[in-house]
Ligand binder design. Structure first.
Ligand code: ATP
Length: 429
């Protein structure tokens, strides 16, 4: 992890937030490469969920919502974690994550657990009193539930259908940590799939299968992924069944995505608290009912960390060590580097022309500094899948050398075919 964190900073993936002021605990900023990687992950998810499913619509709901939403959802009363303090060193812990009954830091005695609500509160308007309290949403799901009828009416979707959303969520976590694994501000990619009651178990299995396949499709190694089923003690108040997709991080197997059968809990509660009817009319069955919901909920930042951890690789290369990020070309921040072999004989001009053409479709990088070997290494370290080298032969026959990152094999490709060649290899479909 230390090597990865240092690479992330050095090469511009992830920086500590407000670093010049000493940083803000558990808050991070994405740099030039990090934002590309993040956008690519979001794009792969969005395409997989909406473009590939005619029956899934997208929304983008606001972060601040009516405070009653969080009473209805159960978050005001129930979104709590137990918290204990060490009487000696004053550190705080979540007792459910501790192996011992003593402080893991200094061995001191711990206080009795207190329940701590994880929602961030703020005030809407100029007066800071009880009636002006609003919450920063702790999950994006509720923005989907409260828009259920709007989307049904606007899109004329019939059950089963889904609503997808990507957006920020905030949790005042007691023990954030492991770099961007657990932070207090993060982004979720959630899809709520509305189904007929009685068909929920079948859809639950279908979405489980599809979501696991998605992680593999963006390049995560299958052997590093596994399912964890929630037992009765772990199940959230709204869930009938829940499975987590876990990844084997250097700090152990941890959840990256949850697939939950939320039943009719959320829509039922919003109907009760808002006094608005949220039933769906099933034309085939000629009946009104509240649909069941299968939720797939994955953290964008946590997926990004997973892709980096999974891709990081050191291998011997002669006397040196080659650091390679074996990111899938679909999510790699830079798709290709365009490198003139030497800085003369018209090669830079030709390489610039290629870069100018490719940059209309993809994020590419032009580099003419240092030896070509060094330039290859710099690209390996940030996961660029292809290096396109322009040499003297390019002037003669309008072809370039394309070097593939992982195998380091080289191919000649006609310049006129380059755009299609690259497009085919980096596209998510
Ligand atoms: P945990 O038990 O780890 O706190 P959770 O079960 O509460 O997580 P969910 O509410 O199911 O998590 O959230 C769905 C997904 O959102 C998680 O699988 C994770 O990828 C992401 N997520 C949740 N909390 C955080 C956080 N504090 N930082 C980053 N990502 C998070």
């Amino acid at each position: 992890m230390d090597k990865l964190v240092s690479l992330c900073k050095r090469r511009g993936f992830i920086f500590q937030s407000s670093e010049i002021y000493g940083g803000l605990n558990s808050c991070y900023d994405y740099g030039p490469l990090g934002i590309e990687l993040k956008n690519n992950i979001k794009n792969c998810w969005w395409r997989a969920m909406t473009y590939h499913h005619a029956n899934i619509e997208g929304v983008d709901a606001s972060i601040l919502m009516h405070p009653r939403v969080w009473e209805a959802s159960g978050h005001v009363s129930g979104f709590t974690d137990p918290l204990v303090d060490c009487r000696k060193c004053k550190q705080r812990f979540r007792p459910d994550t501790l192996q011992t009954k003593m402080c893991p830091n200094c061995g001191g005695e711990l206080t009795e657990p207190r329940l701590f609500n994880l929602m961030f509160k703020t005030f809407m308007g100029p007066v800071e009193n009880q009636t002006a309290i609003v919450y920063m949403r702790p999950e994006t799901a509720q923005g989907i539930f409260v828009n259920f009828l709007n989307v049904v009416n606007a899109s004329r979707q019939k059950l089963p259908f889904g609503i997808a959303q990507i957006g920020k969520a905030f949790r005042n976590e007691i023990t954030p940590g492991n770099f961007i694994f657990r932070t207090r501000e993060f982004e979720q990619m959630e899809m709520q799939f509305f189904v007929r009651p009685g068909e929920d178990a079948e859809w639950f299995e279908r979405w489980r299968e599809e979501r696991l396949a998605w992680h593999q499709a963006i390049g995560i190694r299958a052997e590093k992924l596994r399912w964890h089923q929630h037992d009765a003690g772990e199940l959230a108040h709204y869930a009938k069944a829940a499975f987590d997709i876990q990844y084997e991080f250097p700090f152990g197997w941890q959840e990256i995505e949850g697939v939950h059968n939320r039943t009719d809990f959320d829509l039922g509660r919003h109907q009760e608290y808002s006094g608005k009817r949220l039933t769906y009319f099933d034309e085939e069955r000629k009946e009104h009912y509240i649909p069941y919901v299968i939720e797939t909920s994955v953290g964008c930042d946590r997926t990004l960390l997973t892709t980096l951890v999974d891709a990081y690789c050191e291998e011997p290369a002669g006397d040196e060590v080659r650091v390679v990020l074996r990111l899938s070309p679909k999510i790699a921040p830079i798709k290709a580097a365009i490198l003139p072999l030497v800085r003369k004989d018209g090669l830079p001009e030709l390489a610039h022309n290629i870069a100018n053409d490719l940059m209309r479709a993809h994020r590419v990088f032009y580099d003419e500094a240092a030896s070509v070997g060094k330039r290859y290494r710099r690209q390996d370290e940030i996961g660029t899948p292809y290096c396109i080298t322009v040499d003297s032969q390019s002037l003669a026959d309008q072809t370039v050398t394309v070097r593939e990152r992982d195998s380091m094999t080289q191919d000649r490709v006609a310049m006129s075919a380059l755009r299609g060649w690259l497009d085919e290899r980096v596209r998510y479909d």
